[in-house]
Ligand binder design. Structure first.
Ligand SMILES: Nc1ncnc2c1ncn2[C@@H]1O[C@H](COP(=O)(O)OP(=O)(O)O)[C@@H](O)[C@H]1O
Ligand SMILES: [Mg+2]
Length: 607
């Protein structure tokens, strides 16, 4: 349900439904779009004026004579000299009007298109940050990027531009048709008939466009993911000489994209030449028939010139109108995809009677917990564990045994399948999620630092912390000495993902973040596992400060941490197999803990 690749935008042809959904966003730019569409009307009509003006020019200037006059307000004007003066002025005025209108129209369409897209993007970003951990597990970053970023652009900018060019072209079309009819209705019927035949194929290709556009999006997403992975995993790629691998992957993707684009071109690309060919037949017929009308005196040369010009000019708006349909269709595919994202609902949300979690933590109780990431593959099988206030409980066991899973369930990164997890006797699903998470601090093996200063990264734990609280957290995290060596101290900016700090430094910043949050429950998931002995020692000191007077879950390899725990829970294949103090468990003959201890920890004891 949360996997984006599987979603096929089935709503793409429910235009009314989609416009309805889009309406709040259109409303935000309504007046400017209406102005835009109104101004597109005269802009469309201008081509007709050019074609129309050829008739008096030909008849009165080129083929005219001085005898032709007309009366206006009691004055007599000579037509030839009138048009000779009018035409240069007309050309300048025409260009001026057209230029001004074009500028205003472009300005308005950029403004409205971008504005609408921005509002959509902001709303979609809010949707993204509200999604569950599971959503980020199953979707690739590239696909998320294209779906949340490229689609809103396509949806709004294309919508505005297509509507603008539709209005412009339809008025251009009718103005030119009017000029055709005005000059000769007989020829006009032939011309329009041919045009009608020419645009029919456009109506038959909408299905293909939809499927190709979906597939292109997926491949595009894969490519972005590839870029992201090449970036994030560059050390592994270099170390394992995986460059060829990455290159192949990318080449395959780009070939796939090429094939998709070409398959569309193959089906759509012939339309334009065919249309042009059909039109040329029309023009040939019109020319032949027109000649005979001129010779018989039924048509003036001016009318004919004006007619042929409008017919030639008519090709452009007709073609645009034809493509308006396809482009509207692909716009609606994008709109459908955007609203598909809006309809994604996080599975983990507050229950109706959710209560905040305040005060002390007296007990945390896992009872008969069954949990699976993927349907049918249970990762925790009837897991039971009670933790009391300010207890430190160590989770040990084989890798993949479910230790991280146990602690990830507490802040509801995922919801359990059956059983219950209770804090102070209340099921965590009945606790307000925000307050639940406020009560828990996490330190992981590799902690994410965000681009920004160290101060900003620490303050994420408590944005309104005082300067004194910040100093205290820095001290307890054993960061002050390190920060003292930096010219800009705590205001030093760390690079993306904190890459400019060492592992131990990054951990201590993360610990300071947790310290300042000062939540009653602390979870340490292999917080020191990635460190060398020296940085581990200082990080451990920081962790000891963090663990003071807290209810702590600790997953660690370090013996002393586990020694100091009040109790140790041994997990194997998603089941709690042993529970007790170090002394109790170590003395159990053939015990799981004793076995692990002998294997993993014995060599540390001798150190
Ligand atoms: N996000 C996930 N999606 C699917 N399976 C997962 C996910 N995280 C962990 N698993 C699986 O769940 C099992 C327990 O993993 P985990 O709790 O991380 O073990 P541990 O922390 O004890 O090493 C493993 O088999 C692992 O493959
Ligand atoms: Mg783990």
């Amino acid at each position: 349900m949360l996997k984006l690749k599987d979603t096929q935008s089935k709503d793409a042809f429910r235009y009314g439904y989609l416009l309805n959904k889009m309406f709040p966003y259109i409303k935000a730019v309504l007046w400017r779009s209406i102005l835009l569409f109104i101004l597109a009307i005269p802009l469309g009509l201008l081509d007709g004026v050019v074609a129309l003006s050829l008739r008096p020019y030909m008849d009165f200037v080129v083929n005219g004579n001085e005898a032709q006059t007309f009366e206006l307000w009691g004055h007599t004007y000579y037509l030839q000299s009138f048009f000779i003066k009018l035409i240069p002025i007309g050309i300048i005025a025409f260009a001026l009007i057209q230029g001004v209108l074009k500028y205003i129209c472009n300005y308005l369409s950029d403004w409205t298109g971008n504005k609408m897209s921005n509002i959509l993007k902001v709303d979609l970003f809010k949707k993204l940050t509200a999604m569950d951990t599971k959503f980020f597990d199953v979707n690739s970053s590239g696909l998320v990027l294209s779906r949340f970023f490229a689609d809103p652009d396509a949806a709004s900018k294309n919508l505005i531009n297509t509507l603008k060019s539709f209005i412009l072209s339809i008025f251009e079309f009718f103005a030119l048709v009017f000029v055709l009819l005005f000059n000769s209705w007989k020829l006009a019927l032939i011309g329009i008939g041919v045009m009608a035949i020419a645009i029919t194929p456009v109506l038959f290709i909408k299905k293909k466009i939809k499927s190709v556009s979906n597939a292109t999006m997926v491949v595009g997403g894969d490519m972005t993911t590839n870029f992201n992975e090449t970036f994030a995993g560059n050390k592994i790629i270099t170390a394992y000489n995986l460059q060829e691998n990455q290159n192949h992957k990318f080449e395959n993707q780009i070939h796939k994209q090429f094939d998709l684009v070409m398959s569309l071109t193959k089906r759509v690309g012939w339309m334009s030449p065919i249309m042009y060919f059909v039109c040329s037949i029309g023009i040939a017929i019109v020319m032949g028939y027109g000649n005979s009308l001129i010779l018989s005196g039924e048509l003036t040369a001016g009318s004919f010139a004006s007619f042929v010009t409008s017919l030639l000019l008519l090709y452009k708006p007709t073609k645009t109108l034809g493509f308006t349909l396809t482009s509207l269709q692909s716009t609606f595919v994008s709109i459908a995809r955007v609203f598909e994202l809006f309809s994604l609902m996080p599975e983990i949300k507050n229950s109706e009677n959710a209560k905040p979690l305040n005060g002390e933590i007296n007990s945390i109780e896992y009872s008969h917990v069954i949990f699976e990431y993927e349907e049918g593959i249970p990762v925790l099988k009837d897991f039971n564990l009670s933790v009391s206030s300010n207890e430190t409980i160590a989770l040990v066991g084989n890798s993949g045994g479910g230790k991280s899973t146990v602690v990830n369930l507490l802040p509801r990164f995922y919801d359990i399948k059956s059983g219950s997890i209770k804090i102070n006797g209340t099921d965590i699903r009945d606790i307000n999620i925000e307050s639940l998470r406020n009560n828990i601090s996490f330190v992981f093996q590799d902690n994410y630092l965000f681009t920004g200063s160290i101060r900003e990264n620490i303050l994420m734990g408590k944005p309104n912390a005082s300067e004194a609280e910040l100093r205290e957290a820095v001290k307890l995290a054993h960061l002050d000495e390190f920060l003292g060596t930096l010219p800009e101290g705590i205001d030093t900016v760390v690079g993306e993902r904190g890459s400019s700090l060492s592992g131990g430094q990054r951990q201590r910043v993360a610990i300071a973040r947790a310290l300042i949050k000062n939540s009653p429950i602390v979870i340490l998931d292999e917080a020191t596992s990635a460190l060398d002995n020296e940085s581990e020692a200082i990080v451990q000191k920081a962790l000891d400060n963090l663990m003071k007077n807290k209810t702590v879950f600790v997953i660690a390899h370090r013996l002393s941490t586990i020694h100091n725990a009040n109790r140790i829970a041994v997990l194997n294949e998603g089941e709690l197999v042993e529970l007790g103090t170090h002394e109790e468990l170590i003395n159990k003959e053939n015990g799981r803990y004793k076995h692990l201890y002998d294997m993993q920890f014995s060599n540390q004891v001798t150190k």
